[in-house]
Structures are given as structure tokens and as C-alpha cells.
Design a protein around this ligand. Sequence first.
Ligand code: CTP
Length: 405
Amino acid sequence: MKILLGVTGGIAAYKALELTRLFVKAGHQVQVVMTSGAKEFIQPLSFQALSGHPVRDSLFDANQEAGMGHIELARWADQIVIAPASAETLAKLRMGRADDLLTTLCLATDRPIMLAPAMNRLMWRNAATQENVAVLKQRGLDILPPASGEQACGEVGEGRMPEPQAIFEAVMHAEKARLQTQQAGSELKAFWQNKALLITAGPTYEDIDPVRFIGNRSSGKMGFAIAEVAAKAGAQVILITGPVALPTPEGVKRIDVRSARQMFAAVQQHYAAADCFISAAAVADFRVEQPASQKLKKQQDVEEMTLTLVKNPDIVAWVAAQDNKPFVVGFAAETNDVVDYAKDKLRRKKLDMICANQVGEGQGFERDDNALTLLTETSEKVLPTMSKHELAGALLRFVSQSMQG
Ligand code: CTP
């Protein structure tokens, strides 16, 4: 892999030397770009010795630009990694500034960008930094959470750059996930090309009052992975999602909703045009009967409070009951008797297929990997623990086989 390593100004810049060494040792090519701040902390020559390439640091150096211009450098990279990424760099990337070589490169590339922020704990906690991180994540940048511990400034808290080994592994993991997605995508093209696929994902939030809601711990990762792989395979994907912190996969039409009723309305609008509907959302079964229009205040001396909940529409069962229904796939997240409960749900909701998974005790929600059992009335396939992207590929393969009878 060709890795463009950006090093910005921070005491952790010295750790980027070890990171360079790890990449090179594993057989990857590394070109280092330093900001002027980084050079205050460390000599470019050290990176040059380790990477075997001169360090790039200037946007306007005629000699360097003649050899490999910033656009060429942006195209050269398979992956851009910025470690350490200073608070200033996060702010500049969020703004789309291009006042040095590194930020210009980031603006001029369509390659994946991973950031390893490192800074004083208060700078990290600052609302401006947190907002910058949230926006960059939404745009699809991969941001590694900083580690906690003693900081160079003498304070203790969150803001240390993750160890080089952890950054190295994160880059390798991201590359593997991309390859798996691509591989699964091209295998699946034969069936999914131009098929219309409707997917729901994530949790729903049911409001109690303007500041409180009932939600659940679904991250949306499974539904988003299916959407991503299906889009790679050429499907026309509409993804209806509850509140999640995930970027929209390329080529996918995303519709954001909040409550189960909003999700239902969006599904009702789109199901008829779909060849297949995959209901991966963790829809709240109940909603608050009457959400308060103003924030509920606690009353003195009142020790209990009762919320009246009413049933939400069962979205997947509704679609399965329509005359012009697409092929309908549900999910069953269970803590026990997984397959039995899932089979029961398959029949009760009249689904064509159900994907059963075990949740709880560190499994299922909020994770990058998972295991699933796929069930139709006549067949069963167990998918052992693997990444959600691998699962998405296997699931779409099983759906295509089932749809073709
Ligand atoms: N589902 C839905 N609408 C709802 C509730 C669930 O479309 N109001 C869908 C989910 O997206 C999932 C499947 O139904 O595909 C199973 O969801 P689950 O909540 O596990 O099923 P329930 O019928 O609610 O069963 P239980 O709560 O008893 O486990």
C-alpha cells in the first residue's frame, strides 16, 4: 500500500517515526509530509532515513513541485494518515483550508483519510474541537479516539496520540474492510446490478419531551454495511436511517428520520419500487403516547412517574402484508434461544427471510463484527463471527439465492 503520512505540530510527532518504521517493515511505501509546526519538534531527515523518500513540506517549492506536484502526490497515495493531527489541523480540515501542502493534499484527494488526534486534554474536550471532529466524521474521515493518560504538559486526561502499533493496526483493518467490500461487491454484481434495495438502519428515538427520548444502542453499522456493499454491487439503494453517527456510503440515497412513525412513513413511500426490503433498524416497539411540548419538570415530593406508551406500527410486518410486496428480510436481535425466536418471528411477521443475531454480553450492537444465522422457511445458513462488511456480502449473496428460488 502507498501511505502518505502527514505529521503536524505536536510533541507526539516523534511517535510518527515509529509508525513510519512499522509501515515500511510491513512492506508499504511511505511518503511523509510535514507541516512547519511539525518541524519545530522533529527533524525531517529522520523521516527521510526511515521512509527512503525526501520529506515534503512546501506547497510552493519549485524543485519539489517539479518532481511530484501536490495533486500527483494526492493521487499517488492509497491512504492518507495524519499522526499526530493537531487541533489546528482538525480545524483547518473542517474549514476546507488549503494554506499548506498537507491541507491542500487532503482537499485534493478522494482517498481515505485517517486522523490520530493528539493534544492537551482541554483542547481535545473543547467544544470547537469536538464539533470539528463530529463534522469530519460525518464527512467520512476515520478519526481514532485519543488515548487517556499522562500528557507531555503534565496534565492527566484524554488527548494522547494512540500508540504507533494501534494506528498501524487501524490502518490495516480499514484497508482489509475496503478490500472485502470491493471483493464482495464485484461478486454480487451479477445479481444486484440495477436492483432496487430499500434498507432501514439504526435506532429510532421516541421523544418524551423536547430534551428527552427513549432510544436504543443500535449503531446502524450493519444496515450501513449492507447499503455500502449493495451499492458497490450496482444496486439502487435507499437507506432510511434513524439517528446514527455514520457517513453515507458512496452511491446510496439516504433519508434521515428520528421516530418509528417517521421511518414508517418513509418506508411506505418507497417500498413499492423496491425489489427487496431489508429491515435492519432497531425500531422502538412503543412510543410515548403524549410527548410533552415543554421540558418536564420534576415535582418536589414526587417519587414516581409513569409514562404511558403506545404501540408503534410494525414496519416490516406491514410491508410483508402488502400485495405488491418486495422480498422482505427482517432481523431478530435476541439474547437467548436465538434461532427459535427468530423462526417464530419469520412466521409471525410473514417474512421471506430473517437474520438472527445474539445481542448482549459484548455481542451485536455497537461492534464492528458480528455473527448471524440466516433463515428462510426452507433453508438455514450460519455465518460465524466476521466483520460487518463480510457479513453484508454473505447476507446479500444468500438473499440473491433465495430470491432466485
Ligand atoms: N421491526 C419493525 N417495526 C417495529 C419493530 C420491529 O419493522 N415496530 C422490525 C425490525 O427492523 C426487525 C424485526 O422487525 O427487522 C424484528 O424486530 P424485533 O424488535 O426483534 O422484533 P419484535 O417483533 O419487536 O419482537 P420482540 O421485541 O418480542 O423480540
